[in-house]
Design a protein around this ligand. Structure first.
Ligand SMILES: Nc1ncnc2c1ncn2[C@@H]1O[C@H](COP(=O)(O)OP(=O)(O)OP(=O)(O)O)[C@@H](O)[C@H]1O
Length: 413
């Protein structure tokens, strides 16, 4: 069966149906033809990141003509999806699934200024990305540098940004801002305080002039992993800011391109995609769009899930805590993959969503039936009348989300 569609060649092999016996049943596939907003949820260790990895693998095996018009983009805050490039060593797990180990041609980007830290592992981490400081508004900077707008530093920051824009247009660096601070007639205390904060921002490695601009990395036919784990250097608010900027840019570019395609269609002319359709993957989504307070990525993500279908934008998110996710996002999701959840706020959030289905039981009913082992889930789609029990297939590539064990470091391993 294909959840949410009917074209097998444009669908993802997610896994096989399970029931109360040990036998697995028919294939369960997910539609990839239309844009979808997918939430994968479940408690720690239930198999969410693994399921995201399976969907990434499936996107990369779509027919070539489909693939060249889409981009798969993983915002990888945990630094675990680079391992799609390595085939799984757990070949025993593949028995009975009719699949073989595989490596995938993924391009991994890291913050350009952190090149040295990534040197040892550059076989799998290919290229740096960078952002111009001018991509951020004065308000963004105040937020990132943790400066209150009533502080004197805020006034100085806004002045130096204005001066840098006058002198260099959009092409100024943090060094230029530091020079302007130095030349300012402000008191030494205020200048020192702002300098310290700007120096810190320089060390994040994203305001470098040696990498690719983030919008240049989203190309048709490519599968891109943006490693925001940043060798531990990127504070969380920088990750959410970067995500917000990137999501907003992709949304704007793709929306405009869709209008162009529609005009061509009306004129009966052949259309080609300029900016590709995007499947965006986001793990730990509740940290990027939390309920209760707003992060810089919240509004761009809400807009993406609300308006993304027309321009062909999809989102696959994973979260341990669906109850902590902005509920404008959960309510716009058309597809849910529910791994094992514990009772409480998170089950309730998902329970509300599945109660929209005609024949659904309560969430606690499903959680009583689900096996304890990782990889079991229930899948539902707004258009389907049912909720489907599925054992997610094993990964063909290496899953890097496993816990580090001491035994790995013993000589005889
Ligand atoms: N469908 C599956 N088949 C086989 N093994 C699986 C499957 N799903 C998950 N696993 C294994 O279970 C373990 C936990 O999976 P995973 O890392 O995806 O959990 P998670 O829910 O993302 O956890 P966390 O919330 O801690 O990130 C891993 O060792 C993974 O290889």
């Amino acid at each position: 069966m294909i959840i949410g569609g009917d074209k097998e060649e444009l669908s993802a092999y997610l896994g096989r149906k399970f029931d109360s016996t040990d036998e697995l049943g028919e294939q369960v596939r997910l539609d990839l033809n239309e844009p979808h907003m997918v939430t994968v949820c479940g408690k720690r260790g239930s198999g969410k990141s693994h399921t995201l990895g399976v969907m990434m693998e499936e996107l990369m095996t779509l027919p070539a003509q489909a693939r060249q018009n889409l981009n798969g983009l993983v915002i990888d805050a945990m630094g675990i999806y680079w391992s799609l490039q390595v085939q799984t060593p757990d070949t025993d797990l593949l028995d009975g699934w009719d699949i073989s180990p595989r490596e995938y041609p993924v391009k991994v980007y890291y913050p350009a200024g952190l090149e040295e830290q990534y040197e040892e592992i550059q076989q799998y981490f290919h290229e740096g990305f960078e952002l111009y400081p001018s991509e951020l508004s004065v308000e963004d900077w105040l937020y990132l540098l943790d400066i209150d707008e009533t502080q004197a530093q805020a006034g100085l920051l806004s002045q130096v940004i204005e001066q840098a824009e006058e002198d260099f247009g959009q092409y100024y660096s943090i060094m230029d801002l530091l020079d302007k601070v130095e030349a300012s007639p402000e008191s030494a205390n205020i200048k020192d305080a702002l300098n310290r904060r700007l120096e810190k921002a320089k060390n994040w490695g994203i305001f470098s002039s040696s990498g690719s601009k983030i919008e240049e990395i989203v190309e048709g036919g490519e599968f891109v992993v943006l490693d925001l784990s940043g060798a531990g250097a990127l504070p969380w608010n920088v990750r959410t800011m970067l995500t917000g900027i990137l999501v907003k840019k992709m949304y704007n570019k793709r929306s405009f391109d869709r209008s162009r395609e529609e005009v061509k269609k009306i004129k009966g002319e052949h259309t080609e995609v300029n900016f590709p359709l995007v499947w965006l993957f986001l793990d730990e989504a509740h940290l990027f769009a939390p309920s209760g307070h707003s992060e810089p990525s919240t509004d761009p993500l809400v807009e993406w899930v609300r308006q993304g279908r027309r321009p062909g934008l999809s989102l696959v998110m994973a979260t341990q805590q669906p109850g902590a996710l902005d509920n404008r996002i959960l309510s716009q999701c058309d597809t849910l993959i529910i791994h094992r959840l514990t009772a409480g706020q998170d089950s309730d959030a998902v329970g509300d969503k599945i109660s929209e289905l005609h024949d659904a039981q309560t969430i606690s009913h499903y959680m009583q039936q689900i096996p304890k082992a990782p990889g079991y889930a229930y899948a539902m789609n707004d258009d389907a009348e049912t909720i489907v029990p599925v054992k997610v297939r094993p990964r063909k590539s290496w899953h890097a989300g496993e816990s580090a064990k001491l035994e790995e470091f013993l000589d005889n391993q």
